[in-house]
Design a protein around this ligand. Sequence first.
Ligand SMILES: [Zn+2]
Length: 220
Amino acid sequence: MRIVLLGPPGAGKGTQAKRLADRYGLPVIGTGDIFRDHVARGTPLGLRAKEYMDRGDYVPDEIAVSMVLGRLKEPDCRVGFILDGFPRTVPQAQALERALTEAGTPLDAVLNFKVSDEMVVKRLTNRLVCSSCGRPYNLAFKPPRVEGVCDVCGGRLTLRSDDDEATILRRLEVYRRETEPLVLYFWERGLLRDIDAEAPEQVVFDRTVEALSDLLDVDG
Ligand SMILES: [Zn+2]
């Protein structure tokens, strides 16, 4: 099974990716990991990517595509994969589709995790993190047992600093502007499945598995 995950920050996409990977025995392919791996190994692509990453810019399509397609040729992807964070643009999607079609292994589905801006703000503004062990909390959805104290290690909880409402809304706007054409692109190809992600983690997971079962006729 070969799937792509789309969704804004705060949609819970990363968590769902991990759970889908466990359920179906698939690797999660995240561009961040691939980029870091290339940079760490000092490959020619990695060195070029690093220049952009150091400036805080997106890695250009051509470099990103080469890295991801290379990664998808590795043996663990023979059973399929879950792509998280790629493609990000229509040209990337076209390059991916072309390569997969040539290999005779086309995409099966693109899951689009949908949440309202209000829910994203609620999820992200209430995030706390343990200053000792890094465990995440959320005042609205997953509060600590004792206010301000980590359940596991007793460390002090601090608010995540990047998460004020204006910053989140700006990130969401950028996300929607960038992703809209991509959503349309996959919808036109009959690959897009919307998942209502405005629910607890387990409910969203059940919905996702159901969507995939309908699509692939695999048992859940
Ligand atoms: Zn802790």
